[in-house]
Design a protein around this ligand. Sequence first.
Ligand code: PLP
Length: 495
Amino acid sequence: MKYFSTRGGEEHLSSAEAIIQGLSSNGGLFVPEEIPTVDPAFVKGLVPLSYEERAVAVLRRFLTDYTEEEIRGCVTRAYGLDKFDTERRAPTRIFDDGSVLELWHGPTSAFKDMALQLLPQLLKTALEKTGEKATVLILVATSGDTGKAALEGFRDVDQTKIMVFYPEGGVSRIQGLQMLTQEGSNVNVTAVRGNFDDAQSGVKRIFGDVAFGEELAAAGVKLSSANSINWGRLVPQIVYYFSAYADLLGAERIAYGDEVNFCVPTGNFGDILAGYYAKCMGLPIGRLICASNRNNVLTEFLHTGTYNRNRAFYKTITPSMDILISSNLERLLYHMSNDAQQVAKWMKELAKTGTYTIDKKLLQKIQQTFWADWADDEATKATIKEAYSFHHYIPDTHTAVAWQVAERYQRETGDQREMVVVSTASPYKFNGSVLSALGVPVDSQDEFALLDRLQELNDDKIPRGLASLREKTVRHRDVCAPDEMKKFVAAFAKQ
Ligand SMILES: *Cc1c(COP(=O)(O)O)cnc(C)c1O
């Protein structure tokens, strides 16, 4: 199966090549030529399998240039029990009135691990398969979660290096400690004197600097990105939709063929798009519900057909969804319209004016599958409190946004099909907001005291990766100004 750009053109690559390259040369995102389909026996056959075997079965359908052995090797290294704290890897918790798919049992306690554990393995195998000899240097600008998950995924992976830039003073104490104590022989973490935008613009400038790229190539280094535009980061996420469905079948909560709805806390549209691929493959999914926070650009788009990023930006208690440009929406537009030229036009408009509008027919088609709403911080906190009172379950803030929107969806539409709320972070990762939602005063306590306080209320233990931070030593102390980032990259690349 070949992959080509959402904006058209002649480039047709194998999945290995697409994963190495990341973005297509005309700026579009790589999509599969056709979406493979599966039959009922395939889905039923997943029920007795481990998460890893489910992953092999689904990934094979897309990564046709990898051998089954190669895929199995990648999956085994990515999802080992040295990294995940539960045998089931991504367990589905079933309550009386719905289910929660927990995607945060990996090393950094956020759902990004599901993809960022596998991407480095797929990339390393791709380098071997294609005979690429350069060392790939991954550059990441992070506002918190992605940086740590990428560091954990790429640490000590041969032929790769990873460098993470974060805004000095701009991440939570836990997030900062997670990154600054990072171990591994191929990692670098550098603070930028500025905000997240300074860090991100700096990284983008470096990617766009052709002369610098040539200088690095001469030293045997190729730059690449770990963000969710890379197909190798999207494809692992398709697996857990199948896995959740198999869990519900196995628990006899549903019978084969029953449609299930998923409600997904959404930022960059990667997670929910993976659900759309699963549906196109034939998994019985009803509606995909897109839950946003106050940065509700996607809610507006899915209601009106106009995407408009020219709006105020709000900081919320769900920072991983504080996003105004959802890159993966471009893939949905391509699959829904089948018109690469039109997609290229919309994206050009977005870059130039910050907005574009799709036609009514296409909007209606999208709305047949997608439903959208958003929740503000207050509603989010109220939902955490309710989940605790009614289910003795503590969702993190992002999960609570989805939980709230899922309830609204059911109230407004009367759709009673099984609802799965996709849970994207451990509550311990956002302990301050979660505790305050539960009515615990948090003002003067340090982060570790908060972890202990939350542990008193929660049935789940503090995740290993967070608990062990207390003993870890800080290994990274570099700080640079935004205009020094290139110099720091050059030094690390040639090290
Ligand atoms: C990244 C992230 C999201 C958003 O996922 P997208 O794929 O960007 O839509 C939601 N919740 C958490 C905790 C995240 O880290």
